[in-house]
Design a protein around this ligand. Structure first.
Ligand code: HSE
Length: 307
């Protein structure tokens, strides 16, 4: 294979209670990337559209991953990369994860598919570290594996693919402000009480049990985050209004997507998802803040080869 074009999906991480450990891929938003084999070794970014990102191959999350993989695989070729961002960095929808995960996936194809999804996730985590200082796995594993994932362990890395109830839909609103992941991590508590820990891990267990059992009521009851959301929501204008509007319109739950500012709501079925979409749209119009919205199914496949 000499050339490849791929779609790398946006992702929702944390999913309320599962900070740094739960995530899912969406199918309506993502990046497109191309990979061209070159006889000259190394990596070069020839074009970036849709966002203002660095062409410095050691600082760009995508090229840093390509470079690392080519060196580790002792490849006798190089790669020219183009990146078209379909959504903004700093949105909370896993922008750097789509770039880093897409880079790992695309490079692996040109290398002849030598790495597993788990190994690709590890490479992509390096891209996350380049982008935001921490090798987080929730967004990248969701983008690479597709569907709903649990990062069961970071050391050693273990990713579990979870079932996705058929009628699950996500509605998301992205207020057009940027929240840097690093800033959103700097506000987090470094210690929590045992009581809060019990509440949080019980909700993670409940959410996962709900996904396995197709039990929307259990999913709804478990979409609660008492640790991260209370501190991060202060960075997101009108968070409480959006969440209350979504719940009133019938959403199963709502929370911050990744490190924000995107707010996601999970819904049962298309009809309720459309109601939730309309209600949030109506109420946010009055805030004076520009925003974008989408409805999506959970994307079961993750990365997609376009040609
Ligand atoms: N789990 C991460 C966070 C996702 O919430 O900080 C952002 O990359």
């Amino acid at each position: 294979m000499e050339y490849l074009k791929i779609f790398a999906p946006a992702t929702v991480a944390n999913v309320s209670c599962g900070f740094d450990s739960l995530g899912f891929a969406v199918d309506t938003i993502g990046d497109e990337m191309t990979f061209t084999k070159t006889t000259e070794k190394g990596v070069k970014i020839t074009n970036i559209t849709g966002a203002n990102l660095t062409y410095d191959v050691d600082k760009n999350a995508a090229s840093a991953v390509v470079k690392k993989m080519l060196i580790e695989a002792k490849a006798d070729f190089g790669i020219e990369l183009t990146i078209h961002k379909g959504f903004s960095p700093g949105s909370g929808l896993g922008s750097s994860a789509a770039s880093a995960g897409g880079a790992a996936f695309g490079t692996n194809q040109l290398l002849g598919n030598i790495y597993s999804e788990l190994e690709l996730t590890k490479f992509a985590m390096f891209g996350e570290e380049v982008a935001c200082g921490t090798p987080i796995a929730d967004n990248v594993s969701a983008a690479i594996y597709g569907g709903f994932v649990l990062v069961r362990s970071y050391n050693p890395l273990e990713i579990i693919k979870l079932p996705v109830p058929k009628e699950l839909r996500v509605v998301a609103i992205h207020p057009q402000i940027e929240v840097k992941t690093k800033d959103a991590r700097d506000v987090l508590p470094t210690e929590i009480t045992l009581k809060d820990a019990v509440t949080q891990w019980a909700n993670v267990g409940g959410l996962i049990a709900g996904l396995y059992a197709d039990n929307y009521e259990l999913i709804s009851n478990s979409l609660v985050d008492i640790i991260v959301e209370p501190v991060r929501k202060t960075l997101i204008p009108h968070f409480d209004d959006v969440k209350n509007t979504a719940l009133k319109a019938g959403a199963l739950g709502a929370g911050i997507s990744g490190s924000g500012p995107t707010i996601f709501a999970l819904c049962k079925g298309d009809k309720i998802a459309e109601e939730v979409y309309k209600s949030i749209q109506e109420s946010y119009k009055n805030t004076g803040i520009d925003f974008e919205m989408f409805i999506s199914k959970v994307n079961p496949n993750g990365m997609k080869i376009l040609n």
